[in-house]
Every structure is written in structure tokens, then in C-alpha cells.
Design a protein around this ligand. Structure first.
Ligand code: IPE
Ligand code: IPE
Ligand code: MG
Length: 242
């Protein structure tokens, strides 16, 4: 990989294609989600190795509740399995885990595991690994606005405090409650779909987008490095001109 300073600081990934991977192999959808968890483990490790500061993954959207009960509960069972088997290693690797989204609405066993993970890794200073769970951008923005109004009403915000971009940002899941994550430099989506599906709509204003046909369970560190290399050749202008 090229010099460290050119590695994006924050990479966000829409991990898509688990179901199609399973169908391709004649396996149940949950086998696809299991294989997806394994791919995720490798990408977390590779992100640490490459010196990426923030990795954010989209694991379960507010819209994914529309899937069958069997699939939804299976995904949360796999999440518990992942936390149980990986927490020690994540902690040893100095990874700090964060959750974006209303994870308290998840089944209690999963929510408890997540609380424990947040608690255990709270002081870690290495890769910041954020998992978007029961996350949707529109819900996030509505929640931010409601909380700003509530804080104004309760006098926790000065009555004359102007509502600007900085203030709204602080009320998002990526804001104060999670240490104010920087906006993603690069958003990757696997499986050939080219849309954001309600992921980080506010935060992606100037993110570079990368799409690959590879299905998430087949996403390897090599493919990851290929995309990062491509990112390094892009010209980010943020609306200005030299
Ligand atoms: C992504 O894979 C994982 C989740 C959305 C939970 P999908 O399950 O969306 O896989 P496809 O899109 O059906 O192939
Ligand atoms: C987006 O994928 C959500 C996650 C990857 C967790 P979906 O598969 O749910 O998105 P759509 O339905 O293709 O837009
Ligand atoms: Mg999908």
C-alpha cells in the first residue's frame, strides 16, 4: 500500500450481497450472513494494518426489519456469535468499538453483548470500528432535530443558539455521543448495487464513492487494497478550485 498519509482516514462500507452469495452456492441466506461476518473480521484486521483511523460498516438498516423473522433473528444470533468470539482479539488489537443506530431496540441478548463490547473497548486508542445497527440516516436526522428541540425546550441549549451544520452534526449518531466521527472519506458498496440505501446521507456530502461487483462474503483484503489505491488517485475538490 502507498504511503500512510494517503490512506483515507475514514472508510465506510455497505456490506451487501450476502443473500446472493448464498443463493449462488445453493445455501440458505443465513449461511451468506455467516460468511459475511468472516469477511468483516478480515477487513477489520486489514484496516488496522493499513493505519486507517475509522472503519464504519453498515450491518443492519432500519428497513431490514422488513425481512423474514427467521432471517432477522438469525442475523442477531450471528452478531452475538461474532462478539463472543472476537471481543478478546478486538480488545487486544486496541480496537475501539462504537455503535451507530438504536441498538437498544435489538433483542436483549444482542443489546447486552454490544453494551459489554462498548464498555470493554472504551479506552482503546487504535482503529475506531463503528457498526451501524438498526441504523437509518433519515431516522438519525429526525432524531437529531427532535433532540435539539427537546434540549432547547429544557434550557439545555441557549435559546439564542443558532442551529447550524455544526450543531446538527453533533446530534447525529456520529456526533457527540460517539466522539464526533469525521465524515467518511470513502464509501464502498459491494455486490454491484449503486445506491446508499439510507446510509450516512448527511455525512457523505463529499465522500468518494466506490462500487464493486464482488459480493460481500468474497470481499478480500486484496480487493480492499485495490479500491483504496483507486481512491488515492482521485482528486477531491470539495467545491473549491486551486
Ligand atoms: C447484506 O446482504 C447484509 C444485510 C443487509 C443484513 P443482503 O442480505 O442484503 O444480500 P443480498 O442483497 O440479498 O444479496
Ligand atoms: C443495505 O443493504 C443495508 C446493509 C448492507 C446492512 P440492503 O440490501 O438492505 O439494501 P437494498 O434493499 O438493496 O437497498
Ligand atoms: Mg442487499
Amino acid at each position: 500500500m502507498a504511503e500512510k498519509e494517503r490512506v483515507p482516514s475514514h472508510v465506510a462500507i455497505i456490506m451487501d450481497g450476502n443473500g446472493r452469495w448464498a443463493a449462488k452456492k445453493g445455501l440458505p441466506r443465513l449461511a451468506g450472513h455467516n460468511a459475511g461476518m468472516l469477511a468483516m473480521k478480515e477487513i477489520v484486521k486489514e484496516s488496522s494494518r493499513l493505519g486507517i483511523n475509522y472503519l464504519t460498516v453498515y450491518a443492519f438498516s432500519t428497513e431490514n426489519w422488513k425481512r423474514s423473522q427467521e432471517e432477522v433473528s438469525g442475523i442477531f444470533r450471528l452478531l452475538i456469535k461474532y462478539v463472543d468470539s472476537e471481543l478478546r482479539e478486538l480488545h487486544e488489537n486496541n480496537v475501539r468499538v462504537r455503535i451507530l443506530g438504536d441498538y437498544r431496540k435489538l433483542p436483549a441478548a444482542a443489546a447486552e453483548r454490544l453494551e459489554k463490547t462498548l464498555e470493554t473497548t472504551r479506552e482503546n486508542t487504535g482503529l475506531c470500528f463503528s457498526i451501524a445497527l438498526n441504523y437509518g440516516s433519515r431516522a438519525e436526522i429526525v432524531r437529531a432535530v427532535s433532540r435539539i428541540c427537546a434540549d432547547k425546550d429544557a434550557g439545555r441549549l441557549d435559546a439564542d443558539r443558532i442551529i447550524d451544520e455544526e450543531l446538527l452534526s453533533r446530534y447525529l449518531y456520529t456526533g457527540d455521543e460517539n466522539g464526533n466521527l469525521p465524515d467518511p472519506d470513502l464509501i464502498i458498496r459491494t455486490s454491484g448495487e449503486e445506491r446508499l440505501s439510507n446510509f450516512l446521507l448527511w455525512q457523505s456530502a463529499y465522500s468518494e464513492l466506490a462500487f464493486t461487483d464482488v459480493l460481500w462474503p468474497e470481499f478480500t483484503p486484496e480487493e480492499y487494497r485495490r479500491i483504496l489505491k483507486q481512491y488515492q488517485n482521485r482528486d477531491r475538490r470539495f467545491g473549491g478550485r486551486k
